[in-house]
Design a protein around this ligand. Structure first.
Ligand SMILES: C[S@@+](CC[C@H](N)C(=O)[O-])C[C@H]1O[C@@H](n2cnc3c(N)ncnc32)[C@H](O)[C@@H]1O
Length: 228
């Protein structure tokens, strides 16, 4: 479901500041399976989690970064970052690399990361902003780097689900506060359009079905893209 209008970043930030009080109880558990399976796609030592939320994937990422690895988490919402910090503290992981930032303007040098993970973030952006975020992910990954996305999706592109109907009926602000702003998407075509290669999509059936989309930033050889 591709829509032009999504809530403004300041609304999303406010909504997720509020969501931070109940996110782990209400939203996170139903999505755990897809989030866990997506981690199998992670490669390399320098890993960025964009839209880290309360840090549900972060411990797994930190363990996957081999000794000396850098795992960095970013989010728009300060209170979500605070939740993530508490979670990392409980697991005795360093909270040093949690930063406030916007997926549409990553405050990071190009080519800095081996893998970018982003779960349940792009499905709350407008179609234009999804393309903007993918362009930022492309810039920040090294050549041959890996993108791992997890999003709400639907099994059949030609059917409107009850969730989409509810989403459509709500004004955009209520979407953010009641549904977290998310709706089902099918991101593979946009990922390919952003220049990524070797794209794979896996659908995970859960209460709200999710897709895992894994793709690589090509190496460029003799001016032609080449998969990692
Ligand atoms: C649905 S939650 C997902 C959190 C986490 N990745 C997970 O799987 O549990 C979406 C998160 O993305 C953050 N977010 C929304 N828009 C963002 C943006 N433009 N840049 C960075 N983070 C954003 C929200 O604050 C929220 O914490």
């Amino acid at each position: 479901m591709f829509i032009a209008e999504t809530p403004a970043p300041r609304e999303i930030r406010r909504a997720y500041d509020l969501w931070s009080y109940c996110y782990d109880l209400v939203a996170a558990p139903g999505e755990a399976d897809a989030r866990r399976r997506a981690l199998d796609g992670v490669q390399g030592r320098r890993i960025l989690d964009v839209g880290i939320g309360s840090g549900a994937s972060f411990a797994g990422l930190a363990r996957r970064a081999s000794a000396g690895g850098v795992v960095c988490g970013m989010d728009l919402s300060r209170l979500m970052l605070r939740r993530a910090r508490v979670r990392l503290g409980r697991q005795r992981l360093s909270p040093a690399r949690l930063v406030e930032g916007n997926a549409l303007r990553l405050p990071i040098r190009g080519g800095s990361f081996d893998t970018i993970v982003s779960s349940y973030l792009l499905d709350l952006l407008s179609t234009r902003d999804i393309a903007g975020a993918l362009a930022e992910f492309y810039r920040v990954l090294r050549p041959g780097g890996r993108l791992v996305l997890v999003n709400l999706t639907k099994l059949r592109g030609d059917r409107t689900t009850w969730f989409e109907r509810s989403y459509e009926m709500l004004p955009s602000i209520a979407r953010a506060y009641l549904l977290g702003g998310c709706r089902p998407v099918q991101l593979e075509p946009l990922v390919t359009a952003a220049g990524f290669v070797a794209t794979q999509r896996t659908v995970v059936r859960q209460f709200l079905s999710s897709e895992i989309v894994i793709a690589d930033k090509p190496y460029v050889q003799n001016g032609m893209p080449r998969a990692a």
